[in-house]
Design a binder for this molecule. Sequence first.
Ligand code: FE2
Length: 318
Amino acid sequence: MRYRIAPLFCRPWTLNGIAPRLIESHYENNYGGALNRLNAITAELEALDPATTPAAVIHRLKRDEMIALNSTLLHELYFASLGGDGRTLPDALADAVARDFGSVERWRHEFVALASVLAGGSGWVLLSYVPRDGRLINQTGADHGQSIAGAIPILALDMYEHAYHLEFGANASAYIAAFMRNIDWAAVHGRYQDAIKVAPPRPLEQKQFANVPSVTAEEVKAMQDSGAAVQIVDVRPKHYASRAADMMDGAVWRDPERVAEWIGTLSKDEPVVTFCVYGFHIGCETAAALRNAGFDARYMAGGHYAWKAIKGPVKLFK
Ligand SMILES: [Fe+2]
């Protein structure tokens, strides 16, 4: 047996308005059921020969494995989310929630609203941490197979009917209120502290241009929108630019192979932004050449396509 059952994290007899038998049934039948399915599916997967088994069979088993594994993980998180007084957030977590939701009250209203929508249906409501953005976010999952990729749930509310019907019947709002009364915020904070240690996805690194400052497409857009004086030079290679249909509005195109011919048209009193197609080489090299000549030049990361992707204004190429 590959997957082992996790002991019940919360103490059912301490919960306020959630009867022990509801937690016991949930733990034994639904969490235990998911774990048993997971082990059975895993055994099936390990027993088959992937070289001879039809791909559709493998695919179905892997899909079932993912659902059972996610159900197992989320149920463990759900039980670990309960056992507190639902009120007292540790200061550091309260600050993080206020930073990302406006206030703890706003977070609570959004979380409960998401749960209410799932009442009578099924699914999960999760408070998750997204390492890439360094932010907390609420999400719902209509089944075990849906979650934010790369996000780390730190609080789970089970809105499957099996989580409340036994005691609450159709009165899902009473169940939601009882859940909220029992959140173990100290445990949530412990998981938040663990989650923020996870490194965000590695950013694009261009070691050869480490000394050339860059600017994001959004920052260039903000400069344009504010009317700031900036000279923007599209230096997409001539063979590419000659086929281009459009270019950034507010930019001028210059041939990156003839910098010496046009460098004199730029002013040293205003910053310069250069960019190429994707932001890998030409824009960086041109910015470096301009900096060597004494200009306050930066390259726009992501180039022309980053600009297009943020829906920056474009004009016909000329
Ligand atoms: Fe459940």
